[in-house]
Design a binder for this molecule. Sequence first.
Ligand code: NAP
Ligand code: GLV
Length: 317
Amino acid sequence: MMSSRMSENFEVTYCADPARGATWKQIFRDELPQTTFRIWPEAGTPESVEYLIAWTPPPGIAASFPNLKVLFSTGAGIDQLDLGNIPDGVQVVRMIDPNLTSGMVEFATMGVLALHRDIPHYLADQRARLWAPRPVRRAADHIVGIMGLGVLGRAVADALKPFNFTLKGWSASPKSIDGMRTFAGIEELPAFLSDCDILVCLLPLTSETESLLCDTTFKLLPRGARLLNLGRGRHLVEEDLLLALESGQIDCAMLDVLRAEPPEAGHPLLGHPRVIVTPHIASTTHPVTAAQRVCALIKQHRRGLPLEDAIDRRRGY
Ligand code: NAP
Ligand code: GLV
């Protein structure tokens, strides 16, 4: 049943990849048949648009959509949004999609295992036509530290448990999670990092987490630690990683994200023999389950219920 405060006549505008938009439109037709769903730049009745779905919204949304209530990000991260240009009254909701989570779990598990089992070294050896076995490492002898214990970080931790790594986690606020030692806040960062053999970054990008993967952080890790950055490129100071690889402080790395995407062809990390780079594909939103999630949230919102998955603008995630 609709809240008495909200009319049933509202529009939804989708402003992202149009091919995926066709799938979104079909899901909306099934789940919210009374709703007009438009794919930007199709013009509707701007005053009727209460929900906008976008990776980055069109410019000037306050003027274009004067009655906008909610902006849904098509991604888990919202750092691509300029929150200063989104009116205070508009709630911003990030994407929590079971397929996005399972994709990240697959990729992160693969990445941790690849780093653990020396795959960057073996790829370099193969390119050099070398056959050079290394001692097989036991997961039980190694510590994996996960920065970010949110939806994705916790799902990745759960997936890693059966391999018998020792798991540690770091977040902004204290947590108690079965099977892992947890640390919170910048003051506990050194203790968290002190013995991590593999460091996984699944943080959101905020003013506090930008450039956190830097020389200072690397020096707090044991010598020869390995890095898996699955968060955002701007978490990493790339020059510091190059120096840490050079000195051996960081042994090898896998980076799914870079500061500039796509990077220039001559980017030194692209050609580094101990770094595997992938083009920001660790996980993506699945249009069917993402659209179903947004429809469920719109139904909640129409009933006057608090919006799950809304970000806290002050924290920036
Ligand atoms: P989330 O549920 O919001 O979790 C964020 C976690 O980071 C929380 O545990 C939070 O701590 C912690 N955190 C935030 N600021 C911190 C700080 N200053 N110090 C310590 N911990 C901090 O986010 P999520 O859904 O797991 O997604 C995480 C990120 O993954 C996204 O923001 C995006 O950048 C990235 N991502 C990448 C891809 C890819 O393909 N590479 C795909 C999807 C997402 P609290 O729990 O205490 O709040
Ligand atoms: C992808 O990077 C996302 O934030 O969903």
